[in-house]
Design a protein around this ligand. Structure first.
Ligand code: SAH
Length: 262
């Protein structure tokens, strides 16, 4: 059981108030987790974080500070992003209970991240689109935005409940898969490759992207490619590119520049 807790990380993105970092560390430890990742915290290390962490100072000391969300989730096979409100384009959703169960179940196979946003603005759409699932705590619709550390508390509690439920009744792995899921960093390279191939094909215009790449991300995100499927798809894209180059001349390669997702 302990080993599995080590595969679960709470990621706080761009946190403004060190008190919230301390309180989140406390919530993490209270619920039996240990790993806290801080992406570009505004003010850290800070005394206020230590005060609010109380007896979870060890979690704070071991917190991993990183410059980007990409780095913080690169080796994860499941990433759940939190959102206090609905977003422009719907994404596969979990409720907090399903979220706790899914995180606990998958943590036996690979690293899992639960990602929290900024106090004032939450996570950006671009950050949310890097996540496998989104979770929303169904709070009062007139005021659904919880304090950051309170949201960490609620969702880590659900992970703990899933862990305790399993102690009573061993969890059946009904959905065992033969191949591990593709990791975030591999998927990012795949999306770049996909965009290059679509540009080479003349299907996608990076200067007028609309939401094509976001929608394709969502499509592949829903399917959750495993590593073997991902390498097959990379092979398909390379074959498409090679044929396009053969038909149109090698200078098409100049178009193979990674673009920002719309
Ligand atoms: N005004 C921001 C709210 C940010 S609250 C917005 O509209 O997005 C800070 C963070 O706490 C959020 O990014 C999220 O990680 C978490 N959070 C707050 N309320 C939540 C809720 N109801 N469900 C899930 N996460 C929530």
């Amino acid at each position: 059981m302990n080993k599995r807790f080590d595969n679960i990380r709470v990621v706080l993105v761009d946190t403004s108030h060190p008190g919230n970092i301390g309180a989140a560390a406390r919530a993490v430890k209270n619920m039996g987790l240990r790993r806290l990742y801080l992406v570009s915290p505004r003010d850290f290390p800070a005394d206020r974080a230590v005060w609010r962490a109380a007896n979870a100072a060890d979690v704070l000391e071991q917190a991993v500070v990183m410059a980007s969300l990409d780095e913080a989730i690169a080796d994860c096979g499941l990433v759940v992003g939190t959102s206090a409100r609905g977003r422009s384009i719907p994404w596969p959703m979990l409720n907090p209970r399903e979220c706790g169960e899914k995180i606990w179940r998958e943590a036996s196979d690979h690293d899992v991240a639960l990602v929290f946003g900024r106090e004032d603005r939450g996570l950006t759409n671009e950050e949310l689109h890097k996540c496998t699932f989104h979770v929303h705590i169904p709070a009062n619709p007139d005021y659904s935005s919880l304090n950051l550390a309170a949201a960490v508390q609620v969702l880590t509690y659900e992970v703990r409940m899933a862990a305790l439920a399993e102690q009573q009744e061993p969890y059946q792995h009904l959905n065992d898969w033969d191949i591990p899921p593709a990791k975030v960093a591999e998927l990012e390279l795949y999306y770049q490759h996909l965009e290059q191939a679509l540009v080479a094909l003349g299907f996608h215009d990076p200067d007028n992207p609309r939401q094509t790449m976001t929608r394709l991300r969502r499509l592949f995100n829903r399917i959750r490619l495993d590593t073997m499927e991902l390498s097959i798809m990379r092979g398909v894209l390379t074959a498409i590119q090679n044929n396009v180059y053969r038909l149109t001349g090698a200078n098409q390669r100049d178009q193979d520049k990674p673009r920002k997702v719309d």
